[in-house]
Ligand binder design. Structure first.
Ligand SMILES: CC(C)(COP(=O)(O)OP(=O)(O)OC[C@H]1O[C@@H](n2cnc3c(N)ncnc32)[C@H](O)[C@@H]1OP(=O)(O)O)[C@@H](O)C(=O)NCCC(=O)NCCS
Length: 191
């Protein structure tokens, strides 16, 4: 991937109407990345159902957008019906966009979203062989525990402060404008 391609991307939260963008991204993952993302091989049908449930699960999904397509995603998921002490994070970056710092950047956003929702324990699990994911988790001082072929990383986000809340709010506002622009470009292309 060229540097130019990477710099053309923007990170913003997906709107509830953009589950199809998440689905298309997850379907584009190469076989190995798909297995790493879900910790086992999954079918296209599984991914379609999974992405369709994004809103029901109340997940916060940050996407890395290039020309209106999601090329990487970071999901922050509740572990119950509402945001509680614990939450889970999962990451996916399409092969052509890997190793350019996007996963690291997305993890920063997820940790901040967790922090602003008073989450005390943020978990991410990955296969034991997924050294890249573990390397990113270590950058954010995650405690890594090896369990039955998987590694569970635990990050304890700092308490929210007005700067973390303001930064997320400003990005949300900007993200909404970018989403509207993406939508209008798509409608123009479809016309
Ligand atoms: C894991 C994943 C999210 C990382 O995203 P990414 O954008 O490629 O990661 P980054 O470029 O931000 O960072 C990768 C880091 O791993 C390091 N790295 C690369 N290959 C590595 C390896 N084989 N072993 C250890 N570290 C490695 C890089 O040097 C980099 O660290 P640095 O910035 O200090 O140099 C992405 O590769 C992916 O989607 N993989 C498939 C799905 C998956 O594994 N998801 C995680 C489970 S939920």
């Amino acid at each position: 991937m060229s540097e130019e391609k990477q710099s053309s991307g923007t990170i913003r939260k997906l709107l509830p109407t953009e589950t199809d963008r998440l689905r298309d991204h997850l379907l584009r993952l190469d076989q190995s990345s798909r297995r790493m993302r879900f910790a086992h091989a999954v079918s296209d049908g599984f991914i379609e159902d999974y992405a369709a449930r994004m809103n029901d699960m109340g997940s916060i999904v940050h996407g890395y957008f290039v020309d209106g397509e999601v090329r990487a995603a970071a999901e922050l998921r509740k572990l119950g019906d509402r945001w509680g002490d614990d939450a889970e994070a999962a990451f996916s970056v399409e092969e052509a966009y890997q190793d350019h710092g996007i996963g690291t950047e997305l993890m920063g956003r997820v940790i901040r979203s967790a922090r602003n929702r008073s989450i005390h324990h943020l978990y991410m699990s990955c296969l034991a062989e997924n050294s890249k994911m573990q390397s990113i988790a270590r950058k954010y001082e995650a405690e890594l525990k090896f369990e039955y072929g998987e590694v569970v990383g635990e990050i304890i986000p700092q308490s929210a402060n007005y700067i973390s809340i303001l930064a997320e709010a400003v990005e949300d506002r900007m993200g909404y404008m970018l989403a509207v622009l993406d939508l209008s470009k798509r409608l123009t292309r479809a016309a």
